[in-house]
Design a protein around this ligand. Structure first.
Ligand SMILES: Cc1cc2nc3c(=O)[nH]c(=O)nc-3n(C[C@H](O)[C@H](O)[C@H](O)COP(=O)(O)OP(=O)(O)OC[C@H]3O[C@@H](n4cnc5c(N)ncnc54)[C@H](O)[C@@H]3O)c2cc1C
Length: 293
């Protein structure tokens, strides 16, 4: 199937792109990698009259590792981020998760920022962003604002971005040396969107869990943190995380979700697997954190 007619605007500056969006916010769409937008246009699920292409804009593809942060520009390709040794050193969780985003051909073109803006609840990058924390830099003709990761995802394919805003960058918080992580998803085939998945990040201080961040994706209209599980873990000595505590965490994770049935899996299956992955996420993150502490 072919998309409906549209006008393609190869922008040379952020200002030019913002002017185009401002002129017709509801009839325009930003395009970065095009790996989600173009399929949606071909399926007639999206029919923008104007495609505002960020790719020709110089300097928008930065990959900048700072002190405790990693900032990715709007056109930084998933492949470039995945292959960056600096990113792997600062945020190995992000590198590990990227290997599960579609296939190498998709990642050659797709962008991390585009994936976060697309906000598919079964996608890997939104869940990693929510787990690490950080902010989206949103620019419009009126100015620039920051949107925290926890305020960014509103619902299925819907974010806090306004139609006349561009996410020019996403900044991730990068974990410190005593943290351990786990990423795991269940899919029918490698490269598919997740039926259900978990991202976990635990930090140790003086032998106890000082920070716990766990996110389930594929189980709701957005990726969801698991505050009940996180509260269960914070303050617990690493050596006290036993089978009973893991089983309780698994029950809490399952109870936090109300996924429906669809052609891929039943809601009950997703809830059960979310619990299993949560327990596994805690165990592996703890092992990694203990090895580094
Ligand atoms: C066969 C196939 C398999 C795939 N498998 C997976 C998978 O397993 N997991 C996964 O997560 N993804 C998967 N994808 C999607 C892929 O990862 C996309 O690259 C990603 O979802 C969107 O990034 P993009 O840069 O291509 O964005 P685009 O397609 O260009 O844009 C997507 C949406 O985000 C908006 N947008 C993009 N950039 C910005 C910006 N800077 N500011 C504001 N709005 C913006 C666009 O307007 C559009 O609405 C798959 C795609 C294909 C074709």
């Amino acid at each position: 199937m072919k998309p409906p007619p549209f006008t393609h605007h190869a922008c040379r500056s952020v200002e030019e792109a913002l002017g185009l969006l401002d002129a017709d916010p509801d009839g325009s769409k930003v395009i970065s990698g095009g790996q989600s937008l173009v399929p949606m246009m071909n399926l007639r699920l999206a029919s923008p009259a104007h495609l505002v292409d960020l790719n020709p804009i110089p300097g928008l593809n930065g990959i900048d590792v700072g002190r405790g942060t990693l900032t990715l520009g709007a056109t930084a390709r998933q492949h470039a981020v995945e292959r960056s040794a600096d990113v792997t050193a600062a945020a190995p969780l992000l590198t590990a998760a990227l290997a599960h985003v579609g296939h190498p051909q998709i990642r050659n073109r797709g962008t991390v920022v585009g994936s976060i803006c697309h906000a598919d609840p079964a996608a890997e990058m939104p869940a990693v962003f929510l787990t690490l924390g950080g902010e989206v830099t949103a620019q419009s003709a009126a100015g620039t604002r920051s949107i925290a990761a926890e305020d960014f995802f509103d619902s299925y394919l819907t974010t806090a971005l306004e139609p006349n805003e561009i996410a020019t960058a996403v900044t991730f918080n990068t974990p410190n040396g005593s943290s351990g992580w786990h990423f795991e998803e269940v899919t029918r085939r490698h490269g598919d969107f997740a039926i259900i998945g978990v991202v976990a990040l635990l930090t140790l201080a003086d032998g106890r869990i000082s920070d716990a961040r766990l996110t389930i994706f594929g189980g709701a209209a957005t990726p969801v943190r698991l505050p009940a599980v996180e509260q269960l873990l914070v303050g617990v000595a690493a050596g006290d995380v036993d089978a009973d505590l893991l089983a309780q965490a698994a029950r809490e994770a399952s109870a936090a979700l109300r996924p429906g049935d669809d052609i891929h899996a039943s809601g009950d299956y997703r809830r059960h697997v979310a619990g299993v992955l949560t327990a596994r996420g805690i165990r592996t993150s703890l092992e990694r954190a203990s090895a580094r502490a």
